[in-house]
Design a protein around this ligand. Sequence first.
Ligand SMILES: Cc1cc2nc3c(=O)[nH]c(=O)nc-3n(C[C@H](O)[C@H](O)[C@H](O)COP(=O)(O)OP(=O)(O)OC[C@H]3O[C@@H](n4cnc5c(N)ncnc54)[C@H](O)[C@@H]3O)c2cc1C
Length: 382
Amino acid sequence: MQFTPEHEQFRKVVATFVENEINPYVDKWEKAKIFPAHELFPKVAEIGGFGLEYDEEYGGQGADHTYTLVLMEELGRADAAGPPMGISVQATMSTPALHRFGSDELKRKYLIPAMEGRDVTSVAVSEPDAGSDVAGIKTRARRDGDHWVINGSKMWITNGSQADWICMLVRTSDEGGFQGMSQIIVPTDTPGFSVGRLIEKMGNWSSDTAELVLQDVRVPVSNTIGEVGRGFQQQMVQFQDERLTVSYSAAMGARRALERTVEYLRVREAFGRPLIANQYLRYNIAELMAECDILIEYNRSMAFRYAAGEDVSRMATNAKLKVGKLTRQVADLVVQYHGGMGYAEENWAARYARDSRIIAIGGGADEVMLRVLTAYEGMDRR
Ligand SMILES: Cc1cc2nc3c(=O)[nH]c(=O)nc-3n(C[C@H](O)[C@H](O)[C@H](O)COP(=O)(O)OP(=O)(O)OC[C@H]3O[C@@H](n4cnc5c(N)ncnc54)[C@H](O)[C@@H]3O)c2cc1C
């Protein structure tokens, strides 16, 4: 496992992008409760941030997974998590299934504009009555000749109000359970598609999160990604990409939050000396930094193994669980050690605490990760 000069070069490019194209605007975007994805995404495409691992013929970069690791680590260091979350959705959550399983025609029509940042995309799995339990989704596509007619609703959809197309998991038969689901590309200009509402959230304000409504939405059957009826299985593979990338960015984000807290404690004085002079504070920070470093190394090992073709699904589950727990501890500490300033909206710490809380919930809650891990260990069998 070794980064090359090319990795380091790419790391600098992404860090500069975060510094110039995200950080100066995040306060404005947070207030507006949305970042302008159609303006930002072409710039992401310019630095090769979309389709890093995809074939060049479909607008990808033809690189390996370790470059995705670098991208996500650096995005994780941004001053707000909203824009990086929107970028991550397009880079690693809404498009992998299309690249892996989609037809040539579908990739040319939908993947290329997304990779060029002209199209904004979402992935829609969750529904008002089904999040952790994906088998509980009800949105139904019924076949009518060469078309699907889709009815239902989707909930919590990142980039949902700006998306040009959506990778949507729906039921295409009445089999129930994990059977009979398909992934379908739904262009958002199709009649019958609407954004029901934007959801006001605790954090990630600059990322739009929408409830979507589908009423007799007709899309061609040829918009099905991969095999009809294999949507659940395909989505589970896509979820793994999400878990990996969340861990990469959030572990680095937590490390940066601790570093920024050290900077603050060096200059903030109480009882006649800088706060950093308190051993209690230093030790607690050092301990969490150690945990971040261990997770970052674990992530890197996982990325290089994945790039070498290993199955890392268990590692990804471990990492997603760990990063969800760790960011909660880090968020609590950084707010506490900033005192009143930690609780003030004008300071970054409050935003960090709000933004990072989603990590333990989205893309599979901690308890869902534990459910998977107990199954790996056979503990779910009596
Ligand atoms: C900001 C944001 C962005 C999102 N973006 C997207 C998106 O782009 N696309 C998309 O499809 N979804 C998205 N989601 C949805 C997200 O994936 C779900 O919120 C998540 O999977 C949890 O589902 P739920 O909210 O329905 O919680 P529920 O399934 O109702 O679970 C509630 C809680 O119960 C516990 N729990 C659940 N199952 C178990 C179990 N088996 N054992 C023990 N405890 C359990 C967990 O603590 C869980 O947090 C987003 C959510 C948020 C908040």
